[in-house]
Design a binder for this molecule. Structure first.
Ligand code: KG4
Ligand code: ZN
Length: 343
């Protein structure tokens, strides 16, 4: 079954055709990063206008020479005017082609990315049915630990109480004048600096019992807002900072916070694997540390190919093969859901 996936939740206009939830037949991503760079973050109105300008071309390129049996689209979470562009295009196309529409949650789609492989490359085994997986969705908008009792069921068991990990990277880069998005540049500078002589930044552990936990255990939650404040204070009180040292230390605080919560979550069940998805899963230090955490816990680590870590249509098309709870006329009636939760 070939599914066309369309993704416009943030600053990438993307479409892809994926066979049977795994084999990527085409994948087209048009990134708006240069458009938003001067503003140091995504400007929703600019994003939606750019999606409108590019969507036909991107979908056309993804569909060239492909048969399509269904159309899948991200309907949330994300920026409302941006989501609407993809959703409307997908509804129109599904009607025109006479194929079903399948609506997909963006975060759940990120968690499917480790199962994607390129056409002509070695196959990646599909998710096993009826075994538990731990998911870590880590992106510019989310940092969630998700218990999947079996593949395709989602329950958030831990999360950030404030900023997402990607946001923490982006805000630090902005503060230090390193540009947007911050993650890739922080990653590169920290990699060049190494892990010695680090400044001790807070590791984001929330206090037990605070109301923001909303019933979740503190051991599985993080708070990155204190880290950002600590960085600001450090920069203000040290006029001669060594930027690479600061950047490497800040990244290490984020990575160790994520590693610590992941270690705790892995103890909850006999998980088949840790599935990691989202833009921050590109971070080289995070990838290395999670590898060690999983080795120690004797749990398989499932990471996506770098090109499927950021936003793309392939993850939407692939998950749609497994998750068709919002399909057909049900999906046709859906509106964009900017604050859609996972599950
Ligand atoms: O998944 P994504 O493309 O979009 C959202 O759904 O948010 O993630 C974007 C986020 C940005 O905050 C960006 O700074 C971060 O992923 N990111 C990274 C790296 N590459 C991208 N963070 C840390 N290290 C990286 N190498
Ligand atoms: Zn994303």
């Amino acid at each position: 079954m070939n599914i066309l996936g369309i993704e416009t939740s943030c600053d990438e206009t993307a479409a892809a055709v994926v066979k049977d939830g795994a084999e990527v037949l085409s994948n087209v991503v048009y990134t708006q990063i240069p458009l938003h760079q001067p503003y140091g973050g995504v400007v929703p109105e600019l994003a939606s206008r750019a999606h409108v300008e590019k969507i036909r071309e991107v979908i056309g390129a993804a569909m060239a020479g492909q048969n399509v049996d269904a159309v899948a689209v991200t309907y949330g979470p994300g920026l409302s005017p941006a989501l609407l562009v993809g959703l409307n295009a997908a509804k129109g196309l599904a009607r025109a082609l006479g194929v079903p529409l399948i609506a997909i949650n963006h975060i759940e789609a990120h968690l499917h990315t480790p199962f994607l492989y390129d056409s002509g490359s070695p196959k990646v085994p599909p998710p096993e049915p009826d075994v538990p997986y731990l998911g870590l969705a880590i992106s510019g908008g989310h940092t969630n630990w998700i218990d999947m009792e079996r593949y395709g069921t989602y329950r958030t068991i831990g999360q950030t109480l404030d900023d997402a990990a990607g946001e923490a990277f982006d805000k630090a880069a902005k503060l230090l004048g390193l540009g947007y998005p911050g993650g890739p540049v922080v990653d590169r500078i920290a990699r060049e600096y190494g892990c010695a002589n680090l400044i001790a930044f807070p590791k984001g552990r929330p206090r037990e019992g605070v109301s923001a936990l909303a019933g979740l255990p503190a051991s599985l939650c993080v708070s990155f807002s204190g880290l950002k404040t600590a960085l600001l204070r450090y920069v203000e009180s040290h006029p001669d900072i060594e930027v690479p040292q600061v950047v490497a230390s800040y990244q290490e605080a984020i990575v160790q916070a994520v590693a610590d919560r992941t270690r705790s979550a892995l103890k909850l069940r006999d998980y088949r694997a840790l599935i990691v998805g989202g833009g921050v899963s590109l971070n080289s230090r995070l990838r290395a540390v999670l590898k060690a955490v999983c080795a120690e816990a004797h749990v398989e680590l499932k990471l996506a190919l770098p090109k499927y870590c950021g936003d793309n249509g392939a993850m939407v098309a692939a998950l749609a093969y497994y998750r068709q709870n919002l399909a057909g006329e049900k999906a046709m009636r859906l509106d964009a859901a900017p604050s859609l939760e996972i599950g």
